[in-house]
Design a protein around this ligand. Structure first.
Ligand code: TMP
Ligand code: ZN
Length: 409
């Protein structure tokens, strides 16, 4: 029996994705990547948190070789700039008087917007390599995991924060209780904590099960977020849906009584109740859909391969590790995956050992089909590849439907 990672109540198992490697552990030889864990999603009917039953040690995932750099995507960089500016505006204080902390600040993409403004800021991230890049941009940053201990140290050294920001970070954390408590330690009495995470509503409606991987331990709803923070005298006061990462939610948390709950947050909470997000049935339905989608993708690829087609993959995303390992698809089916990240090129994908090549090499090969692993960036990808691949390559999508599409569709 698995007990909820937040409230310790027994959870209901929803789907077992099987043995998984670390999603970003690209290897040079197939022998190095031996670590596996069981990827099982469970739902808690007490606090409504959709979660993974087990997670590898954080040090296995976030280390000096962490191959993810926020700044590589111009679209995401623009998005984070908007998130920062809107959040500061909503504080209603002068930029000169506030202290802004970003948790999981990576290469400093978001905070770099504050470097020339005189706004006091601090980025905190456990991966040494990305923090060095942030520092080169002039972003004040420290290499640490964010928890009650480091939150206390920040308060001692820099004071309390008027604004705490986090994007796609909270779903990584092994201990939500310690995390929420750390926020209550660091946040000013009238401060705000704004964070964004992939939204469970999108995952359920699109069957985007690939949002679960070692680093994504939770899929939040407004309902579960409200439950988590209220235990620490904090409350959800705003929630706004975002298109990023295949559907995310931007939550605003405030010390209890320091702000009014927005219409948008109220509506979303009501909608979640209406759609059964507090009931395991919605999650059980999702579990059944995962099995159907897995079989559909596997069968489609097998049939195409049997007909002699060449198949590649587009973008060696973290999400693709879940898809490839859950569906048991390897280099016998997908000959290569192209990815724009130089650190991934020349390596093999975790667990299935599919070679990663550059987009340029992929364009030369122009396979008959490309599986769109970066399905959340479809528009950007199609715009970029249209001139190279139109009339030569067709696309295979698996979210929200398993289907073959062409550029003109
Ligand atoms: P993530 O989904 O794990 O955040 O990683 C995105 C990966 O997708 C990253 O390795 C870069 C790659 N990518 C491309 O190679 N080309 C693209 O056009 C896009 C949008 C992403
Ligand atoms: Zn719970």
């Amino acid at each position: 029996m698995h007990l909820c990672r937040f409230c310790s109540a027994p959870t209901t198992q929803i789907v077992d994705f099987g043995q998984m490697p670390i999603a970003n552990n690209f290897t040079v030889s197939s022998s190095r990547d031996s670590f596996r864990f069981q990827l099982v999603a469970s739902f808690c009917e007490s606090c409504f948190l959709f979660q993974l039953e087990s997670q590898p040690e954080p040090s296995l995932m976030f280390h000096s070789d962490y191959p993810f750099f926020t700044g590589l995507s111009k679209k995401m960089a623009d998005h984070f700039k908007q998130m920062l500016n809107v959040s500061i505006e909503q504080l209603g204080k002068s930029k000169k008087d506030i202290f802004v902390v970003e948790i999981g600040s990576n290469d400093g993409t978001m905070l770099s917007n504050l470097v020339d403004t005189g706004t006091r800021h601090l980025g905190i991230d456990p991966s040494y390599n990305v923090v060095q890049i942030a520092k080169q941009k002039g972003v004040t940053s420290i290499v640490e995991f964010f928890n009650t201990t480091s939150a206390g140290k920040i308060v001692d050294e820099f004071g309390k924060a008027d604004l705490i920001l986090a994007a796609n970070v909270i779903c990584h954390l092994p201990d939500l209780n310690d995390f929420a408590k750390a926020i209550s330690i660091l946040l000013e009495n009238d401060g705000r904590f704004v964070f964004e995470e992939p939204y469970v509503g999108d995952v359920l409606s699109k069957t985007s099960y690939d949002q679960f991987y070692d680093e994504h331990v939770y899929l939040f709803s407004c309902t579960s977020v409200q439950k988590i923070f209220e235990r620490y005298n904090l409350e959800l006061i705003d929630a706004v849906h975002q298109d990023t990462h295949g559907g995310s939610m931007r939550y605003t948390i405030a010390p209890k009584g320091s702000g009014l709950i927005s219409k948008s947050a109220e509506q979303l909470l009501n909608l979640e109740s209406f759609n059964g997000f507090k009931d395991k049935k919605a999650y059980k339905d999702f579990g059944a859909n995962c099995v159907t989608k897995r079989d559909e993708l596997r069968n489609l690829l097998k049939n195409l391969k049997n007909q002699g087609s060449t198949i590649g993959g587009y973008a060696a995303t973290s999400k693709s590790t879940t898809v490839l390992n859950y569906c048991d698809i390897g280099p016998e089916t997908i000959s290569f995956i192209c990815d724009s990240t130089p650190q991934k090129q020349g390596k093999l994908t975790p667990g299935k050992y599919i070679p990663v090549i550059s987009p340029e090499e992929m364009r030369e090969k122009a396979p008959d089909f490309l599986v769109l692993f970066a399905w959340n960036h479809e528009q950007e990808v199609f715009e970029k590849e249209r001139n190279y691949l139109r009339g030569r390559t067709r696309w295979i999508k698996f979210v929200p439907q398993v289907e073959i599409v062409d550029f003109d569709d």
